[in-house]
Design a protein around this ligand. Structure first.
Ligand code: MSP
Length: 645
């Protein structure tokens, strides 16, 4: 039976970082897990190479667009190789076969009456490739906060509005179509709010897939990008079964709308089968902020892979972050987890078990008994782990497996094989055999269960156990207790997770490599390392005096719905009536941090609407490299309404 899964295809205007690696690692894990369940699993990832934004990045890099996308796309492929990921298809949106599939999808939608010609004037965010409804020129993009651009053009429109009922029925009929539940609820309420038709072609840009027979139209990037999931496996069958539809689209939470609304609507319109499930995970943060190019807080995989190995990164991401929720990365936490769970936990169990078999039984697995309390615990762990993997509960899965590791550790201490080896009691040799067999068999079960998460290290432990078949061929159904053959000769023992005794040294090394990788990626992107920014042009004092800066007191604060960034504030400026101000600070400050706080406000800005709320002023904050805003504040007490000069 086939199992087809995908990651998003990544934009080539940023070099890969561990945020991209996160989704791709999980996809690789899930593929291995499904293979262990007996499926023929196929994984697609790729690169999203069209759009104005990419065109502009190439221009800035002084390269032709294709030259630029070739280079960045190759860098993504290199990353996945470096991390040892099992990718079956790396699909580029610039491939000719992909263009055919996109045109075919469009043709089907059109023939079925869901496409019409119209014209669009409005705001567009070139970074998120998002049409922003109800926005005025200069308004920020609701997703990334960058200014939107006004575009006017003749377009082909897709009748998204016709699919409201069918989509709602789909979510009802297939409760697992969008997971986790929070994302499902968001999508349902968005769709219930009504859908407007969507422009799916662009006539004033060149860098896109041409619409057959409709020059100068090219496809809107999301119509193009989503089709990758199909084009990568067009016509491909496994055991006589078509690979399409996908069984799983793994994505980050910011692109749920495109996947859970647009994509099934396009497919319904075309009369094609729908994907079975979309799972949207949370964001990987670094120092409490989403890792991203614009925030300048990026961590790359390569330094971690070089210093600690790819499995250390995989383990950390899957154990530390609850899949589906946001999680934080830090080098300290990475090393902490590695030392406590991998070096001291799994690594220690493997080396002590195998060393004892060498020492007391000349490297041959002895015949054992029933394994006491360990055997039923192992059986239960196999069940729980399989269910947890299945439900994307990776952290819980690992916790369960570590429960078994601790139980075996305890069992070894209680049985004290080192005493049994010296004992002259008649049943001591049999007890020692039983102890060693139980420990080794538990190690076999643990190693097999961990293969999806730790493919490289479990392969090593597997061969040290002397297992005859490769770990890749292990299936859940053959995992039951007793599978380890007595008489099997173990392999050569070598430490799998050497302890990191000097975390500072390891972190320094990773930071040093990080700087090198960053510099290499800047070259790849055709950018020079950030120049020292010269200050903006000098202004006369009169110009400065035009800005009315006032001290305000925040009276109320609440996050703006459907926006990660915006906070709706009422601020007392000593004018009698408090003002409404909408500020892009919600990712850095919660309501409790703001209420009762004195802030600096630009009081004489023209009002403007953000997310439908009129903002009468702007809050003053500092930010480094476009990073998290930090509010301006005073050390001394200062009356409300005071002017800053
Ligand atoms: N090209 C679109 C996707 C098209 S899919 C048909 C796109 N590309 S992207 O390069 O911006 O990648 C977004 C995806 O990368 C996220 O959905 C997520 O899978 C992954 N991540 C990028 N940064 C991330 C974090 N900081 N944290 C977690 N995942 C991150 O959107």
């Amino acid at each position: 039976m086939k199992y087809y899964l995908t990651t998003p295809i990544y934009y080539v205007n940023a070099a890969p970082h561990i945020g991209h690696a996160y989704t791709t690692i999980v996809a690789d894990l899930y593929k291995r897990f499904k293979t262990m369940q007996g499926y023929h699993a196929v994984l697609t990832t790729g690169s999203d190479e069209h759009g104005v934004n990419v065109e502009r990045s190439a221009e800035r890099a002084g390269k032709s667009t294709l030259e630029f996308t070739d280079a960045v796309s190759a860098e993504f492929q290199r990353q996945w190789q470096m991390l040892g990921l099992q990718i079956d298809h790396f699909q580029r949106t610039t491939s000719p076969q992909h263009a055919r599939v996109v045109n075919d999808l469009f043709k089907r939608c059109r023939e079925n009456g869901y496409v019409y010609k119209g014209s669009y004037t409005g705001q567009y965010c070139i970074f998120d490739n998002l049409y922003v409804n109800d926005a005025k020129p200069g308004d920020p993009c609701p997703d990334c906060g960058r200014p939107t651009e006004t575009i006017t053009e003749e377009n082909f429109f897709f009748k998204l509005s016709a699919f409201q009922d069918d989509l709602l029925k789909l979510y009802e009929r297939e409760p697992d179509f969008i997971q986790p539940e929070t994302r499902r609820n968001e999508v349902i309420s968005f769709v219930k709010g009504g859908l407007t038709d969507l422009s799916v072609t662009r006539s004033n840009i060149k860098w896109g897939i041409p619409v057959d027979g409709e020059a100068p139209h090219v496809f809107y990037v999301w119509f193009d990008a989503l089709s990758t999931y199909m084009s990568a496996v067009a016509g491909e069958k496994v055991d006589g079964e078509d690979l399409w539809p996908a069984d799983l689209h793994l994505i980050g939470k910011e692109i749920v709308r495109f996947h859970a609304i647009y994509w099934p609507a396009f497919l319904m319109a075309a009369g094609l089968p729908l994907p079975k499930r979309i799972f949207a995970h949370g964001w990987l943060m670094f120092e409490n902020d989403k890792m991203s190019k614009s925030r300048g807080n990026i961590v790359r995989s390569e330094p971690i892979q070089k210093v600690m190995g790819a499995d250390a990164l995989r383990y950390f991401l899957l154990r530390e972050v609850v899949f589906g929720q946001d999680g934080s990365f830090s080098y300290d936490a990475l090393i902490g987890r590695y030392n406590s769970d991998l070096a001291n936990g799994l690594g220690n169990l493997a080396s002590r078990t195998l060393t004892m078999i060498n020492q007391y039984r000349e490297g041959v697995i002895p015949a054992g008994g029933e394994g006491g309390a360990i055997a039923p615990l192992a059986a239960q762990t196999i069940q729980t782990a399989q269910t947890a993997y299945d439900k994307f509960e990776f952290s819980k899965c690992l916790e369960t497996i570590w429960g078994l590791i601790s139980a075996v550790d305890k069992f070894i201490v209680e049985r004290a094989p080192w005493k049994l080896a010296r004992s002259s009691e008649a049943d001591a040799p049999a007890q020692l055999d039983d102890t060693l067999y139980t420990a080794a068999e538990a190690l076999r079960v643990v190693t097999a269960l961990l293969y999806p998460v730790l493919p490289e290290s479990t392969r090593k432990i597997w061969s040290q156990l002397g297992m005859p078949e490769p770990i890749e061929s292990v299936r859940f159904e053959s995992l039951a207790w007793g599978g380890l053959q007595a008489g099997q000769k173990i392999g050569e023992i070598a430490g799998v997770f050497p302890r990191i005794d000097d975390p500072k040294k390891a972190i320094d090394k990773m930071r040093e490599l990080e700087a090198e990788v960053t510099a290499a990626q800047l070259v790849l992107m055709g950018k020079k390392p950030e120049p020292v920014v010269e200050g903006p042009a000098k202004i006369a004092i009169d110009d400065f005096l035009k800005v009315d800066l006032r001290v305000g007191l925040v009276l109320t604060a609440q996050p703006v719905k459907k926006s990660d960034k915006l906070m709706h504030l009422t601020v007392d400026l000593g004018e009698g009536t408090p003002r409404t101000i909408v500020a892009g600070i919600a990712e850095a400050y919660g309501p409790a941090d703001l209420i009762g706080r004195k802030v600096v406000i630009v009081a004489n800005l023209q009002p403007r609407k953000l997310k439908g709320i009129e903002s009468n002023g702007m809050i003053v904050a500092a930010s480094v490299n476009d990073g998290k805003p930090v509010l301006a504040a005073f050390l001394e007490d200062i009356p409300v309404g005071a002017r800053l000069k």
